[in-house]
Ligand binder design. Structure first.
Ligand code: RTP
Ligand code: MG
Length: 151
């Protein structure tokens, strides 16, 4: 069984500083998604302006960029069936008032800005964001040996 759909999930500076990275990775692993890329990055304004190109010029943009530069970001790429849409479900809604418990944002935050994590909002965004944050050789294609380990 192989699924090529991939998404870009990032733990934002607040999530890294609060020590939530392992919990966030666990939610994707527990759901059955495959980690194919991971690194800690101190993002600069240029990268963030490209990443959030759709928001350049909006009133909240400068504050959002300075928050995203306030510490390292854990950048990850996950692979699996419907991972883009499912990733957004695992993250929770943008509006804190719509966040159900059980989602990352719903469990770990109440703030619209400091919302712990980012997830690509479409397959097109995912492909664009993955190529922005990762070099091709930083993504690892691998197969699980679980069938050989679990009887
Ligand atoms: P993200 O891109 O970070 O995963 O968040 P998202 O898709 O759920 O939300 P999006 O609309 O892409 O907005 C990007 C980030 O901008 C901040 N934001 N502030 N009105 C506001 O002050 C406002 N609206 C959005 C949020 O931190 C959101 O994560
Ligand atoms: Mg977004």
């Amino acid at each position: 069984m192989s699924h090529s759909e991939r998404t870009f999930i990032a733990v934002k500076p607040d999530g890294v500083q609060r020590g939530l990275t392992s919990k966030i990775l666990a939610r994707f692993e527990d759901r059955g998604y495959k980690l194919v890329g991971i690194k800690l990055i101190q993002a600069d304004e240029q990268l963030l302006s490209q990443h959030y190109a759709e928001h350049v010029g909006k009133p909240f943009f400068p504050k959002m960029v300075s928050f995203m530069m306030s510490g390292p970001i854990l950048a990850t790429v996950w692979e699996g069936k419907d991972v883009v849409k499912q990733g957004r479900v695992i993250l929770g809604a943008t509006n804190p008032l719509s966040n159900a418990p059980g989602t990352i944002r719903g469990d770990f935050g109440i703030d619209l800005g400091r919302n712990v994590c980012h997830g690509s909002d479409s397959v097109e965004s995912a492909n664009r964001e993955i190529s922005l944050w990762f070099k091709k050789e930083e993504l690892v294609q691998w197969e699980s040996n679980q069938a050989k380990w679990i009887y």
